[in-house]
Design a protein around this ligand. Sequence first.
Ligand code: ZN
Length: 159
Amino acid sequence: MKIEKDCVVRFHYTVGEVGQPATESSQGAEPLAIMIGHGNIIPGLENALHGREAGETFAVDVPAAEAYGERRDGLTQRIAKKHFGDQRLLAGMQVVLQTEYGPRAVTIEKVGMSVVDVDLNHPMAGKSLHFDIEVVEVRAASPEELEHGHVHGDGGHHH
Ligand code: ZN
């Protein structure tokens, strides 16, 4: 079947900034499992998956606006150090903070005695991304998956 809304897709990806070496890949690990049309992945990649079938490989460049958005100024926030746990903090480091909206990747700007300044822009914000994709599996979502808005089983949620 071809990929369309409400499909479950399992795929391998390799990603990096356009024109730069790849920085992340699922090759050698479990493929990523997502449901199409439920905001599970960035819009540009989801659009590029539409109409593909299992076994296909393709490359796509996704502009920043369809990836993690443009960088915004003024998104620095000062946070009490205790919220970072025991990890050693260095400027430029990317960490994941638990926020009321769920986990969020941020970049450390400055580490003080008791507070830390972080840049809330997504680390990939403002970057156009190059993806190499290998579609592993395409199937219809189960009614339960549709209700939850995410994939269950291999590569998805277990609960
Ligand atoms: Zn669920």
